[in-house]
Design a protein around this ligand. Sequence first.
Ligand code: IPM
Ligand code: MG
Length: 356
Amino acid sequence: MKIAVLPGDGIGTEIVAQAIRVLDALDLPFEMETALVGGAAYEAHGHPLPDATLKLAKEADAVLFGAVGDWKYDKLDRPLRPEQAILGLRKNLGLFANFRPAICYEQLVDASSLKPELIAGLDILIIRELTGDIYFGQPRGRRTAVDGHFPGADEAFDTMRYSRPEVERIARVAFEAARKRSKRVTSVDKANVLETFQFWKDIVTEVGKEYPDVELDHMYVDNAAMQLVKAPKKFDVIVTGNMFGDILSDEAAMLTGSIGMLPSASLNASNQGLYEPSHGSAPDIAGKGVANPLATILSAAMMLRYSLNQEDAAQRIETAVKKVLAQGLRTPDIYSAGTTKVGTVEMGDAVLKALA
Ligand code: IPM
Ligand code: MG
C-alpha cells in the first residue's frame, strides 16, 4: 500500500505529522513517501506542483494531503499559486468524486452556532463533482468585450459546462452512496436559470431511474443554502456540481461547529484517492501547535476505507477519535467550558493511546 504524503503549507505539516503517527501505530505494511506541495514547493522548486510530486501522487494508491496556501502568495501569477497544486492533482489524477461528510459529534453539539436540537445527530454526505464545471471549463480569460452591456470594455469570463458522462458518473456515485445510507439523494442545481444545470437535473433524473430504491429530489442552490441552516437534518446525500459543492460544503461543515473535525475524500474511477481535511492551511495559527489534527486523522481513516480496503483499521481510528472526544479533550477550535484544552501533539498522543 503506497501512500504519497503531501503536508503542504501552514498547519498542514503539523496535522499530517499526527495522522502519520496514527497510521504507523496500526502496524500495517504501508510504504509512505513525503513530497513538497503548494507554497512550500514553490519556495523550493519554483512551482506549487513539481513534476516529482505529481509523479509520486500518480504512482501511489492514495495521497494524504495537508493543506496549501498563504496570503503571501496571493500576488503570484495564477499558475504559480499554491491552490493550483490541489486543482492540478484533482485534474491529473481524475479525482472527480469528492466526498465531504458533515457529521455532528454528540460531544460537540454546543460548538455549533445553531441550536443544539437542529444539529444533534446531523449526518450529511455532500458529494461534489470535482473536475468539471466553471472551475475547469474552457475557454476562460480576459479580453475586450464585443457585445454585452459595455462593448469595447475590458472583461473577464469563465465557462460553466458539463458533459453527459461527467454528470452520469457523479450521479451514480451519489446513488450508490445513498444505498449504503438512508437511500435519499438531493440533487442541487440552478436549473431555473442555467442551461448547464437544467442538463444536470435531466441527467440525474434519468440515472435515478436505475435506482428505484433511492428517493431523489431536486433543489435550487439558493434554497439549499437556506434549508441547510433552517433544517439541516432533512438532508442525507447531497449531490451537486463543483462550484455549488465548494460553497455548500463549507456551509455544511460549519453547521457541525468546527471545520477542524471534517475529513474529505476525492476519488477517481479506480478508487485511487486524495484525502485531506476540509479546512485550509490556517496561516494565522501555523507553527503554534494548536491546530486540530482530527480532520486529518479522520481523513486517514477514509483513506483506509476507500482506497486501501482496510475497513477494520478505519473503524479503529474513528472509534479512537470518539473516545478522545468523550474524554473531554479539545483543541481550541472546539473548546467549550468544562472541557480540557489540548494542543496538536497532545491530541495526537490521546488518539494513539485510545487506539492501543
Ligand atoms: C476546497 C477549496 C479549493 C476549491 C480551493 C483551495 C482551490 O476551497 O477544496 O473546497 O475551491 O475547491
Ligand atoms: Mg472550498
